[in-house]
Design a protein around this ligand. Structure first.
Ligand code: ATP
Ligand code: MG
Length: 383
């Protein structure tokens, strides 16, 4: 799939930008703080309804709208895939009442082909895989980041997964507050059963799909990693589940057992301690745990292997080539890995690659790419 046209109004440092995008490799080059990451963020947002970095929607709206009557931001993309053309639009509008952009709450409205849709309906309309320097945190950071990697993959190929995940997260919040109330003798432990059943139902689906998908993704990541390391390293990704079982039925019954066993502890802590929100992904190179023992270079290469595996897996399972978004990653890679990565972009219908310097690309690659210079929130086509 590819985006043929992108329109941004008051998004980050873009005031108005209308841009036709071609298939193939697109290079955005510009100095620091010109709008390269913002541009990729806009595409990511249109694909997932979420920003990969903003903690509140108000951060996305151009500061210059501050003080205006109705501050808003609008993003839209025309997308083509094997089924035809689709238009996706997201509009952020300040909620009445606020008079300070630092405090304002923004309402997010999503439309697909002009019709109002929920965030979950966006799944599959635009599929993206984004890779940026922070992705080394998948290897070196907390388990939450590795779970997020799994969830991002699974949600893009399976809307049911996303719905279960959203529901599961809500149940955890409700259940934690009930556990705290039981601890304080303000509720009875019988009330847990209702939430436990919901936790088990949604959680078992999450575990089952994570197990199934990581098994296949690990093989793909292993192959890519071998190429990236000239066959010297063997990467394996293994799901570390707190609840055993392979089939939905096995997982469900051992989930129920585990909850029973942990109930006293959960009440004492006022916290849900059993379930997929506690699971992790072990990343092994030749059997050694890279989260603990990996070098920085290894972390970088593993993160790249995982992201390229994510893209390939989404491609294999959906039949649609996701859009690759590579933000500022070339300068961090050695020439061999850089060549491999740029070569890989040819397997995707569209790839948007940012850099601060044209020298990060070899001349051959640049002749095949469409080039834009980014400056103060404006893209200009460059020969
Ligand atoms: P770098 O090479 O340093 O990564 P970049 O080109 O990727 O730079 P962006 O992250 O896209 O830069 O940010 C461009 C500019 O947009 C920054 O100066 C940032 O402060 C600004 N910016 C961020 N949010 C908003 C906003 N809501 N309104 C206006 N400008 C914003
Ligand atoms: Mg940037």
């Amino acid at each position: 799939m590819y985006i043929s046209h992108l329109s941004l109004t008051n998004f980050r440092n873009y005031t108005t930008q209308e841009i036709d995008l071609p298939v193939g490799a697109i290079v955005l080059c510009g100095d620091n703080a010109q709008g390269k990451t913002n541009f990729l963020e806009a595409i990511y947002l249109l694909a997932t309804s979420k920003s990969p970095r903003a903690s509140a929607d108000r951060e996305l709206v151009n500061w210059s709208t501050k003080g205006q009557d109705m501050p808003f931001s609008r993003l839209s993309a025309d997308v083509s895939d094997r089924n035809g053309a689709v238009q996706v639009e997201i509009v952020l509008t300040a909620q009445p009442g606020g008079d300070d952009l630092e405090q304002d709450r923004f309402q997010k409205r999503i439309k697909v082909n002009g019709l109002a849709r929920r965030a979950t309906d966006l799944i599959g309309v635009i599929r993206v895989v984004m890779f940026d320097p922070h992705d080394t945190d998948i290897v070196s950071g907390s388990p939450a980041l590795r779970r997020r990697y799994l969830d991002a993959t699974n949600s893009q190929i399976d809307p049911v997964y996303l719905r279960n995940l959203q529901q599961y997260n809500k149940v955890i919040v409700q259940r934690n507050s009930l556990l705290r109330m039981i601890k304080e003798n303000r509720a009875h432990s019988d009330e847990l059963e209702f939430w436990d059943e919901q936790l088990i139902e949604t959680g078992a689906y999450i575990i089952e799909k994570r197990l199934q998908n990581i098994e296949k993704m690990s093989l793909i990541a292993g192959e890519i990693h071998q190429q990236l390391t000239n066959e010297t390293e063997k990467l394996e990704a293994v799901y570390l589940e707190s609840i055993s079982g392979k089939t939905a039925q096995d997982i469900t019954s051992s989930f129920r057992e585990s909850l029973k066993r942990a109930q006293r502890q959960e009440i004492a802590r006022g916290l849900s301690v059993v379930g997929p929100h506690r699971d992790d992904l072990r990343l092994l190179v030749d059997g050694v745990n890279m989260c603990i023992y990996g070098s920085r270079g290894q972390h970088r290469t593993i993160a790249l292997s995982l992201k390229l595996a994510q893209a390939k897996y989404i491609h294999n399972t959906t039949g649609d080539s996701p859009i690759l978004l590579l933000d500022d990653v070339l300068s961090e890679l050695d020439s061999e890995r850089r060549r491999h990565l740029l070569n890989t972009t040819k397997n995707y219908q569209q790839a948007v690659i940012t850099a601060t310097d044209w020298d990060h690309f070899d001349a051959g690659f640049l002749t095949t790419a469409v080039k834009f210079t980014v400056s103060s929130g404006t893209l200009e086509k460059t020969q």
